[in-house]
Ligand binder design. Structure first.
Ligand code: G16
Length: 543
């Protein structure tokens, strides 16, 4: 076997129209499509591999990991065989095929790989009836959006490799699949005080495939009791649960925390980039608040002593709570379109130290992905440094900066044409001159339109202009309504409505977000006519 060339097999194929890039970071579809459509996965993998310049591809190293969901092993087989035929020199694969998205980003950077392929559908359900997906990260560790190459080839090349799961290939040429421990590097902190805290604080983490990471980092290294981590064994169907860390789907955690026994609770999504934090009695930390609170407490985190705080980033729909903190710290804030990849340029150019999105993602420039476990470790560090509970930290933050009430309504699985026309008509309405200064009276509230636009992002690093990233209505009291179409949804469309309002008065900080935001939501429903036009009675998910 040593040094022997591996025969390459050429297979004819035809493009899939639905794999053309739509602006999302990768491909996410029902698992059944990957299983039943000929070459559905190989076509996309070929697009990914072809997007790497031939000179960079020959003999390079790539990282491969999955969230362990159903079809992952089959998919890794495909990736390995196609990588071999496409000249990749070495593949670094997670143990049992598992690596979280932040771990892939971290490993790519540490070992200077050309890129990585992550087999995950993130927070979407797994199993044969669930979803599957492929993401591609490039040499800086950040996610990449394929532009055009999905349909530019008519054949695929394979190397027929067998048994690479079991066999070590020390001298094989090419490739060298090396199995990598899936629990690397979380070294951005000093955890002495967190260790002390974990002896005092009963906490509960709900995990899907994050078990290996949590066991190693939180239980083995930091001494959290083993029984504080639940759902630790990676399952192909996530035990029938949806691995989506929010109040709608992480109900097991919510119920357990409501019992009052535990002081800290966290949930992750399947690929470990999203997280949700709950305090005792189920106290919910809104992700936009979490970002602002982490920003305000960065001096508790030793990593930021070393590198300094250069700037903050948030996606446009994320609440402006971060902006108040940034102003007080005299740190710039970059407002980007939704999606983590927009932060990459900012971090690569040294402009951004911490960033986040309302969709339960926070991270820093230690890697180029959002990092759920990192965010949990930061929260534990803040609690240890301040010797306060989750609720005390959040309410003190509101008292100091004011509270940004926030919620998001998702209308999922809409007919794409209907969703498109709703957005088109809404854009025409709100960008019409007659809409500015318009007043909306709802109950005792009157909202005056201050500014409207279709959000456009000018990348401060390379000057690239990206248009039509969501419709924004900003009212004179700084309340905001945002409408956008999801870029990561399936063949059906998802329309999201985001509502935000600001309350400075601490005596009004204990209200239910949906009650506070109901007048704004009423305006959103009225101007979009979404219920009338979709025959829906309400959103599918509220976060
Ligand atoms: C959604 C969220 C974005 C997020 C993206 C990818 O996009 O709104 O904030 O960046 O998912 O998340 P993940 O990496 O966990 O799959 P969209 O376009 O559907 O709103």
């Amino acid at each position: 076997m040593e040094g022997s060339p591996i025969p390459v097999l050429t297979v004819q194929t035809a493009p899939y129209e639905d794999q053309r890039p739509t602006g999302g970071g990768g491909l996410r579809r029902p698992t059944g499509l990957f299983e039943s459509q000929r070459n559905y996965l190989p076509n996309f993998v070929q697009s990914v591999l072809s997007s790497i310049d031939l000179r960079d591809r020959q003999g390079c190293t790539m990282v491969v990991g999955s969230d362990g969901r159903y079809f992952s092993r089959t998919a890794i087989d495909v990736v390995v065989q196609m990588a071999a035929a496409n000249g990749i020199g070495r593949l670094v694969i997670g143990q049992n095929g598992i690596l979280s998205t932040p771990a892939v980003s971290c490993i790519i950077r540490k070992i200077k790989a050309a890129g990585g392929i992550i087999l995950t559908a993130s927070h979407c359900p797994g199993g044969p009836g669930g979803e599957f997906g492929v993401k591609f990260n490039v040499a800086n560790g950040g996610g990449f959006c394929l532009h055009s190459c999905c349909c530019n080839f008519s054949s695929l090349e394979w190397c027929l490799l067998e048994h690479f799961w079991e066999v070590n290939f020390p001298h094989h040429h090419p490739p060298l699949p090396s199995i990598f421990s899936c629990t690397p590097f979380h070294g951005t902190n000093d955890f002495t005080s967190v260790k002390q805290l974990l002896y005092l604080l009963l906490f509960l983490l709900i995990l899907f495939f994050m078990g290996p990471y949590v066991r190693r980092v939180l239980c083995d290294e930091l001494g959290a009791p083993a029984n504080s981590a639940i759902n630790c064994i990676p399952l192909e169907d996530f035990g029938g649960q949806r691995p989506d860390p929010n109040l709608t789907y992480a109900t097991t955690l919510l119920e357990a925390m409501r019992g009052g026994e535990y002081g800290f609770g966290a949930a992750f999504d399947a690929d470990g980039d999203r997280y949700m934090i709950l305090g005792q009695n189920g106290f919910f930390v809104n992700p936009s608040d979490s970002l602002a609170i982490i920003a305000a407490n960065l001096p508790c985190i030793p990593y930021f002593h070393q590198i300094g705080i250069r700037g903050f980033g948030r996606s446009m729909p994320t609440s402006t709570a971060l902006d108040r903190v940034a102003k007080s710290m005299k740190v710039p804030v970059y407002e980007t379109p939704a999606g983590w990849r927009w932060f990459s340029n900012l971090m690569d150019s040294g402009r951004c130290s911490l960033c986040g999105e309302e969709s339960f993602g926070t991270g820093s420039d230690h890697i180029r992905e959002k990092d759920g476990l990192w965010a949990v470790l930061v929260w534990l560090s803040i609690m240890a440094a301040r010797k306060q509970s989750v609720e005390e930290i959040v309410t003190e933050h509101w008292t100091k900066f004011g509270r940004h009430y926030y919620c998001r309504f998702d209308y999922e699985a809409l007919d794409p044409r209907t969703a498109y026309f709703i957005m088109r008509d809404l854009e025409a309405l709100i960008t019409d001159k007659s809409f500015s200064n318009q007043q909306f009276a709802v109950g005792n509230n009157v909202y005056t339109v201050l500014k409207t636009d279709s959000f456009e992002y000018v990348d401060p690093v390379d000057g690239t202009v990206t248009k039509r990233q969501g419709l924004r209505i900003i009212f004179s009291d700084t309340s905001r309504l945002i409408f956008r179409l999801s870029a990561s949804s399936n063949v059906r469309a998802t329309l999201r409505i985001y509502a935000e309002s600001y309350e400075k008065d601490p005596s009004k900080h204990n209200m239910e977000p949906q009650a506070v935001l109901s007048p704004l939501i009423a305006i959103a429903l009225k101007i979009s006519q979404i219920h009338e036009r979709t025959s829906r009675k309400g959103p599918t998910v509220i976060t």
